[in-house]
Design a binder for this molecule. Structure first.
Ligand code: ADP
Length: 476
């Protein structure tokens, strides 16, 4: 570039000095100034511009020193003015570029991977942090389509993110990117939209911080919780075995009674085959019931990662209630069920959800030991969440027990918080991690009318309703 500029200046000088053209050839020195602005600093540019002005004056003196005329003087002055104005503009431009570069250098100080891409997804700026995070150098990344370069995996469809970005001017969420080495990196990504003065979207600045380590730690924690959940489940099994044994005992007794009756009907002088058949059918039905109870017991004891299938919450609750039956009956607790109609299924692990409801219901029954028997009521309710875009499903477990002090309300879900003599204080903490792993929420409040209310919110699958209608029932 300097050589080209020098040759050009020499050519202009020769033509300006020795040709007889009646033109302001020296104006072409502005090209030399513009070329020089691309490589020289402020001082160098001033020197080059000075040289161009000097050469213009020198040509003028060589050609017109003896006979100064107005035309040639004006041409020389126009050329000198053009060189001066161009130089001033270049200097101003250089200053602006330098200040922008200084600001961009500031972005390089952060460890976050920052890049700017235009609305066609082409990378326009790539920070030092982005080089470190992704392994692509600035030269490699500039001009590339960002999501193809980083093989971005979005948590929701990319169009939804774009729509939110355009509406709100910003977006925040977790993304999965791929480094140059092929390794995956989980990032917390913050996007800001830049608009031009007429409000049209211009570019997007993405700030990405690496959360791979945090994710791994969370997964490890989740794993530990799953194992802990298993331990508690096994502990709880001890208590449940008694109630299951009671459950199994009853159908087994019925099998024996019906078997004896069958033998009697067959042993008559004239065997009554119809009655004998009815007895055998009752035996089979009772045998099936017993094996279902055993199957549930085995399912509760299994240590599985959540397997997510559509779960009909009402059916799931129906299966849990018998497990609670013995405790409930022993305490004289009235059960009040209000199962919502036409609920869509939830997506989840049936056994884990059962464990949560069982936890809440057992806690409720135990808490109500502190109030007179006539006032012991357990309400279990399912319904669709109202007033939200993506309606969820609600399970409410409410009791008429003493509730908890406001001071302790926030500690209920803490691990090892228990007010019971032999309580482990893990039930609610595990329940919360199960519900959160299902993308839901669980919260506890003390309603004004007394007792405790636990509310579980779960996302619905959006499938067809699992059932037509359910009656409201009350058991005593
Ligand atoms: P644990 O049952 O082993 O104590 P949990 O985590 O299930 O562990 O419960 C923690 C504590 O929360 C209980 O000890 C009790 O003090 C309180 N709690 C839970 N459910 C209720 C309820 N329905 N009414 C009053 N207190 C409750």
């Amino acid at each position: 570039m300097p050589v080209i500029a020098a040759l050009l200046a020499a050519a202009i000088f020769i033509i300006d000095t020795f040709s007889s053209l009646d033109m302001a050839i020296a104006v072409l020195y502005v090209v030399v100034v513009l070329l020089s602005a691309t490589y020289s600093d402020r001082r160098g540019l001033l020197v080059i511009a000075g040289l161009c002005v000097g050469l213009t004056i020198l040509s003028f003196l060589i050609m017109h020193a003896d006979d100064v005329d107005v035309g040639s003087t004006m041409r020389a002055l126009v050329s000198i003015s053009a060189i001066t104005v161009t130089t001033l503009l270049c200097l101003e431009n250089q200053a602006a570029t330098q200040s922008l570069r200084a600001q961009a250098d500031l972005l390089d100080l952060t460890h976050d991977g920052i890049f700017v891409r235009d609305m066609a997804d082409t990378v326009q700026y790539w920070s030092h942090g982005a080089e470190q995070l992704y392994g692509w150098s600035r030269q490699e990344a500039l001009g590339q389509p960002a999501s193809a370069l980083l093989r971005t995996i979005f948590p929701v469809p990319a169009e939804e993110i774009r729509a939110e970005l355009l509406a709100a001017g910003r977006w925040e969420g977790e993304l999965l990117h791929t480094r140059k080495s092929g390794e995956k990196v989980a990032v917390m990504s913050r996007w800001s939209l830049q608009r031009d003065e007429r409000g049209r979207p211009l570019a997007v600045m993405e700030t990405n911080s690496d959360i791979t380590g945090r994710r791994q730690a969370e997964n490890a924690l989740h794993q530990t919780r799953t194992e802990l959940a298993h331990v508690t489940r096994v502990t709880m099994m001890g208590e449940l075995t008694a109630s299951i044994a009671h459950e199994v005992n009853q159908p087994l007794a019925a099998v024996v009674t019906n078997g004896e009756a069958c033998l009697r009907w067959l042993g008559r002088a004239e065997p009554d085959v119809g009655e004998a058949r009815a007895s055998v059918e009752r035996m089979i039905a009772n045998g099936r019931r017993a094996s279902e109870v055993v199957a549930r017991l085995r399912a509760l004891a299994r240590r599985d990662e959540p397997e997510k299938f559509p779960v009909d919450l009402n059916e799931m609750i129906d299966e849990v209630l018998p497990l609670l039956e013995r405790e409930r009956a022993a305490q004289g607790v009235v059960l009040d069920l209000a199962l919502g109609e036409k609920l869509p299924p939830a997506l989840g692990d049936r056994v884990q959800l059962q464990q949560v409801v069982l936890n809440l219901a057992l806690n409720a029954v135990q808490a109500m030991a502190a109030v007179p028997e006539a006032r012991r009521r357990l309400f279990v309710c399912t319904r669709a969440e109202e007033g939200s875009d993506r309606p969820g499903l609600l399970i409410e477990v409410r009791d008429s027990g003493p509730g908890v002090d406001a001071a302790n309300l926030s500690r209920l879900f803490d691990a090892f918080y228990s007010t019971k003599k032999d309580g482990m204080g893990m039930g609610l903490s595990i329940s919360r991690s199960i519900i959160e792993a299902h993308g839901g929420r669980i919260c506890a409040i003390c309603p004004e009318e007394g007792g405790m209310l636990f509310t579980i919110t779960l996302p619905a699958t959006g499938d067809a309703p699992a059932q037509a209608s359910r009656p409201r029932e009350a058991l005593t």
